[in-house]
Design a protein around this ligand. Structure first.
Ligand SMILES: [Zn+2]
Length: 69
């Protein structure tokens, strides 16, 4: 079960949610303020990201949820 990271655009709270594949952000609410459908972050597995730079490193064939064929 993949771990997704979300960030609430209202209060800025960041949190991680374990979701099954296919579940969307609409199933998630911010645990801090209760806002539904927060923004999904794609910087998984790396907690050393300072700032919101383009830290999207899509490693080809890097396992994960590549079940879309
Ligand atoms: Zn919030």
């Amino acid at each position: 079960m993949p771990l997704y990271e979300y960030r609430c655009p209202d209060c800025g709270h960041r949190f991680e949610v374990l979701q099954r594949l296919g579940e969307g952000a609409e199933d998630v609410t911010c645990p801090s303020c209760g806002r539904p459908a927060p923004e999904k972050q794609f910087s998984t597995f790396s907690s050393s990201s300072t700032g919101d730079g383009g830290g999207f490193s899509a490693g080809a064939g890097c396992g994960g949820g590549g079940g879309f064929t």
